[in-house]
Design a protein. Structure first.
Length: 152
């Protein structure tokens, strides 16, 4: 955009000063036309980036469906899943898997853990999702919340 604006400005300035040769007239015309075109392309590209950045991501309905499909795969397969295994099994884009896993993690449906043997992050259903919700599966925050609920 800046280059286009600069070229257009140079073309206008050259036209105002006046041109006395054919070469100068061609250069002035070219600078003005190319500069205006580059500036316009810069505006269009900038607007496109803004529109893309303003999107809030997939709707809640889409995220719910993605989460349902991931839960089904995890429950059928059991154990912990790496990101790559989930993505290959689902056949989704990286963005779709990331958004769904974040949605599930933030809702407490998914545990993200580092496998110390392989050094890879793995994902598994949280204890509440698979029916193993014994008190030994609770984090300290969960235990504190339970204690406060029992007291209040």
């Amino acid at each position: 955009m800046a280059i286009g604006l600069g070229l257009a400005t140079a073309g206008v300035a050259s036209a105002i000063v006046g041109v006395e040769s054919l070469v100068a007239a061609v250069l002035t015309s070219t600078a003005l036309t190319a500069g205006a075109g580059l500036f316009a392309l810069g505006l269009v590209r900038g607007r496109h980036r803004t529109d893309g950045a303003s999107r809030s991501g997939p709707s809640r309905v889409v995220l719910e469906e993605r989460a349902r499909r991931i839960r089904r795969i995890m429950h059928e397969g059991g154990g912990a899943w790496t990101f790559e295994l989930l993505q290959a099994r689902l056949g989704w884009t990286e963005r779709a898997v990331v958004e769904a896993l974040i949605y599930m993690r933030d809702r407490g449906e998914l545990v993200e853990d580092l496998d110390l043997d392989t050094g890879k992050w793995v994902y598994r259903p949280s204890a509440g999702e698979v029916g193993e919700g014994s008190s030994t599966d609770m984090t300290l925050d969960d235990r504190l919340r339970r204690l406060r609920d029992d007291d209040g």
